[in-house]
Write a protein that binds this ligand. Structure first.
Ligand code: CAA
Length: 294
């Protein structure tokens, strides 16, 4: 299927990025949120990033206007009816996702491909909730979607060749580096990245190094763009814990178990950058590492 119109469900951290890169690749986009205020926030983020690119001379104003013009914001699921590909990027909650797919199944045209951007749930559990599991794939983007080159395209047991090919071609159209991953919880990247971040917390817990030292070490010694604690705060401690819990449930391997420090910080509401405090405090001009003291 030649995708020319993409539906994106959810205009949050991932959804707004997916909508932006799709529109930047010349595709028409329908971006759906549950209410106008949340939708405006998501579209506002896209406007801000396009504005910055224009300021930096990386994009012409006319091209930025073109990108925005290709994004139709909506709160009505009915507007997704004639999309060729619909990607969900809503809250990482299986019940919510299944409920939403059941509604959309009766709305989106036959022949369209349905995709989930889940970072940790098995794709099959959403595919099986629709009447067209052969048309269902996983498309796992990385944060920030605008900057991260990778797209994992996931084939689950029910996925047909045509839907899978559509996913691979869509990734190529966006200019992403596409890797094929099996429908195994965490796919490739989170299967490796999440235990690494959890291990950084364990290294801190057992006194191997301080938060800053571990971050400096992994930046300078392994050429990572961010140290593990900066990355934990960036991804969100709540998100990381939720992914870890799902992976632990699935595999029962201790490397996926959330360390006590993570569990307590999430319980305290220290979610990372988005809440103003995680392993760093973001209230000042520069982030300052804070000992979680747990
Ligand atoms: N959204 C969009 N663009 C952003 C951004 C954001 N949140 N943050 C930075 N950028 C852009 C900037 O606008 C800038 O763009 P230009 O080069 O076009 O001007 C560019 O990124 C570089 O920005 P900075 O110089 O300010 O910062 P940087 O060089 O440190 O890069 C970064 C920022 C790209 C985020 C980099 O630090 C990085 O790659 N970090 C690692 C991110 C990572 O590992 N992501 C994966 C998370 S795991 C995941 O997503 C999977 C999951 O399921 C949980």
């Amino acid at each position: 299927m030649d995708v020319t119109k993409v539906g994106v469900l959810g205009a949050g951290l991932m959804g707004h990025g997916i909508a932006q890169v799709s529109a930047q690749s010349g595709l028409d986009v329908v971006l759906r949120e549950v209410d106008q205020e949340t939708l405006d926030k998501g579209v506002g983020k896209i406007e801000k990033q396009l504005g910055r690119a224009v300021e930096k001379g990386k994009l012409e104003q006319a091209d930025a206007d073109g990108v925005l013009g290709r994004i139709q914001g909506t709160t009505d699921c009915g507007d997704l009816a004639d999309c060729d590909l619909v990607i969900e990027a809503i809250t990482e909650d299986l019940d919510l996702k299944v409920e939403m797919w059941k509604e959309l199944d009766g709305i989106v045209k036959d022949g369209a491909v349905l995709a989930t951007n889940t970072s940790s749930l098995a794709v099959i559990d959403q595919a099986a909730a629709t009447k067209r599991p052969e048309a269902f794939i996983g498309l796992h983007f990385f944060n920030p979607v605008q900057m991260m080159p990778l797209l994992e395209v996931i084939r689950t047991v029910t996925t047909g060749d045509e839907a899978y090919k559509t996913g691979l071609e869509f990734g190529a159209k966006l200019g992403k580096t596409v890797v094929e991953a099996k429908d195994k919880t965490g796919f490739i990247v989170n299967r490796l990245l999440v235990p690494y971040m959890l291990d950084a917390i364990r290294a801190f817990e057992n006194g191997t190094g301080s938060i800053e030292e571990i971050d400096i070490a992994m930046k300078g010694g392994a050429a990572h763009p961010m140290g593990p604690f900066t990355l934990l705060d960036f991804v969100g401690l709540d998100t990381t814990k939720s992914i870890a819990d799902i992976m632990f449930d699935e595999y029962r391997e201790t490397r996926f178990a959330a360390p006590p420090t993570l569990r307590k910080m999430v319980a305290a509401g220290y979610f990372g950058k988005k809440s103003g405090r995680g392993f760093y405090d973001y209230s000042g001009e520069k982030p300052v590492a804070v000992d979680p003291g747990v």
